[in-house]
Design a protein around this ligand. Structure first.
Ligand SMILES: Cc1cc2nc3c(=O)[nH]c(=O)nc-3n(C[C@H](O)[C@H](O)[C@H](O)COP(=O)(O)O)c2cc1C
Length: 222
């Protein structure tokens, strides 16, 4: 397997560093193998439903690395236009209550089964966190589309890092996210938008993934 090695930034004879902060150099004869590895990592990632994510979730060191991967997302203006809020086990009941009440708010005729199902969603996946886009006032005032794209990159970096560790990851959205009850629970500020939940854990019985679209479906030339 190709290796990535650390070099001293002061060592002129070392291969040219590719990283800005950590001086990481990749020997030329290994770069193809690394490119293949990265391609394989990216294309083999599959969304995993939270129903199929069980303990153990990431440990403290893995979680730190997952968040460091988020921090590597492109960030125009360096405003960190996103944040993540972990929902630990002791807070899941409060999230379950919000999921249930948000359902009742929008559908007064929801059945007890449907309400129970809404509640259960809060207890799936050993690691559950809310991804929040920060779209309010900032200096510089980067457009919302760029901030959301930055969040998407951060989330994908997290998903790929979890995948590289052998963990599964799934994104969940849904109408509950837009409920004022969610805003209250997560103490969201003006301009903050809850975008999705990120679920991470150990995969059991994942279904086979979708067929990805071929590039000619989404690439054209002017
Ligand atoms: C912001 C966001 C929220 C999502 N929410 C859900 C969801 O609630 N339920 C779901 O089945 N898929 C959801 N998805 C889609 C899956 O994450 C996944 O991308 C899709 O099923 C395609 O599978 P793949 O990622 O393995 O290619 C969401 C995707 C995004 C980007």
């Amino acid at each position: 397997m190709a290796s990535i090695r650390q070099t001293s930034p002061m060592n002129d004879e070392a291969p040219r560093p590719r990283g800005n902060d950590r001086s990481v150099a990749i020997a030329a004869d290994e770069s193809l193998e690394i490119a293949e590895l990265v391609q394989e990592l990216i294309t083999s990632r599959r969304n995993v439903s939270p129903k199929r994510l069980v303990a153990p979730g990431p440990d403290a060191d893995q979680l730190e690395r997952i968040f460091c991967a988020a921090a590597a997302a492109p960030d125009h203006g360096e405003i960190t236009p996103w944040r993540f809020v972990i929902v630990p086990a002791e807070a899941r009941a409060r999230l379950a209550e919000v999921f249930a009440l948000a359902l009742i708010d929008r559908d007064a005729s929801a059945t007890p089964e449907q309400i129970g199902e809404a509640r259960r969603k809060a207890y799936r996946a050993p690691l559950l966190m809310l991804a929040v886009a920060r779209l309010g006032a900032a200096d510089p005032d980067i457009p919302a589309a760029e901030r959301l794209l930055s969040l998407g990159c951060a989330v994908q970096n997290m998903q790929l890092t979890a995948h590289s560790m052998g963990l599964g990851c799934g994104l969940t959205g849904g109408q509950a996210l837009t409920s004022p009850r969610m805003r209250d629970l997560f103490a969201l500020a003006d301009g903050e938008l809850p975008v999705c939940c990120i679920n991470i854990g150990t995969v059991v019985n994942n279904r086979s993934g979708r067929v990805r679209p071929p590039p000619q479906m989404f690439v054209s030339s002017l």
